[in-house]
Design a protein around this ligand. Structure first.
Ligand code: MTE
Ligand code: MO
Length: 326
């Protein structure tokens, strides 16, 4: 197991390497080291089996500031999280994005934030990386196909960015537009979706602190197949709401169309909240397979309402019929 040491003078162990469970160990070790005890040696957050890969630039992060955001569940192995992907711009098979997306050009990269805002802006990646302090959030990602992973994302709340552009009173929704570049994305030849892949949230959902603008995972910049250089992660919704490789964010007064809703209106609604009681028309959503637990005797897990984040987000849907607004 990897033990990190700090050579260049005293450094706090990077908190991106610390699980909530281990945070108190770190604090104790740090206090000890201040007191002249043994030099703190922190176990990385991925000690459970997904080692920090070290191929991409590291991304400094602090522990999550959002109460209850991070799950204590075992983190998915990095190899699974980066080789079992949905990113249709790079092919339909789960292994295609890892094979085809590696050359995605993520610099220069700009994101336009526009529409019903006081202060529209075009931000480049460096400005975005510096816009707010990075946090690590260990979120469950539940795909509508019936599998899930637990991923330590690095980013900050989307609300940080939205506040800077000052939404107008008339803004009610946020549309996310992702890259569609035929020269880089062989999957665009397929007609399964109407490119570019777009997604949307209600403004209050987008402003919820759990809605994360992610730039990294496992302490490093995002690999292309996971949506580099920046993507959305909305942990209480099915994975397809979490749009990858975003190039524009538009505030609107009308519910925006979304890629999956356009492709199959009766199967994928605008809300797409994880809900074990609302089956997909062709299969149940009551249980899920955790990637990495697919041995012969692995039990399926029960899917949780709002993917387990009901305490944090349930009130956003008070009084709504979740079977109608699926
Ligand atoms: N641009 C874009 N974003 C996308 C997709 C896609 O095909 N294109 N697939 C979605 C789906 S269906 C899922 S489950 C998640 C998968 O994220 P991951 O590969 O990082 O686990 O990305 C979502 N974001
Ligand atoms: Mo998905």
């Amino acid at each position: 197991m990897l033990i990190r040491s700090h050579h260049d003078g005293f450094q706090h162990p990077r908190s991106s390497e610390i699980t909530p469970r281990q945070a108190y160990v770190r604090r104790r070790a740090w206090l000890q080291s201040l007191a002249g005890g043994a030099v703190a040696a922190a176990l990385p957050v991925w000690a459970a089996g997904a080692d920090r890969p070290g191929k991409l630039p590291a991304l400094a992060s602090v522990a999550s500031q959002v109460p209850g955001a991070s799950t204590m569940e075992r983190v998915t192995a990095y190899a699974d999280a980066t080789q079992y992907n949905n990113y249709y711009e790079f092919g339909l098979d789960k292994g295609d994005p890892a094979k085809q997306a590696h050359a995605l050009k993520t610099r220069p990269w700009t994101v336009k934030v526009e529409g019903l805002v006081q202060n529209p802006q075009t931000l480049d990646l460096d400005a975005l990386l510096k816009l707010a302090p990075m946090e690590e959030r260990i979120y469950r990602l539940r795909c509508v196909e019936g599998w899930s992973m637990v991923i330590p994302w690095v980013g900050y709340s989307l609300a940080e960015l939205l506040r800077r552009v000052q939404p107008l009173g008339s803004a009610r929704y946020v549309e996310f537009v992702t890259l569609a570049d035929k020269t880089q994305m062989p999957g665009l030849r397929s007609g399964v979706l109407d490119w570019p892949y777009t997604e949307g949230l209600r403004l209050d959902e987008a402003m919820h602190p759990l809605s994360l603008l992610a730039f990294g995972m496992y302490g490093e910049l995002l690999p292309p197949q996971n949506g580099a250089p920046l993507r959305l992660v909305v942990p209480w919704k099915y994975g397809f709401k979490s749009a990858k490789s975003i190039v524009a964010i538009r505030l609107t007064d009308k519910e925006p169309g979304t890629a999956w809703n356009k492709a199959a209106r009766n199967e994928y609604g605008f809300y797409s909240n994880v809900n074990p009681d609302v089956p997909h028309p062709r299969w149940s959503q009551a249980t899920e397979r955790r990637i990495g637990e697919d041995g012969l005797f692995a039990k399926k897990r029960k899917t949780l309402l709002f993917n387990g984040y009901e305490a944090q987000v349930g009130q956003l849907y008070a009084g709504m019929d979740l079977k109608k607004f699926y």
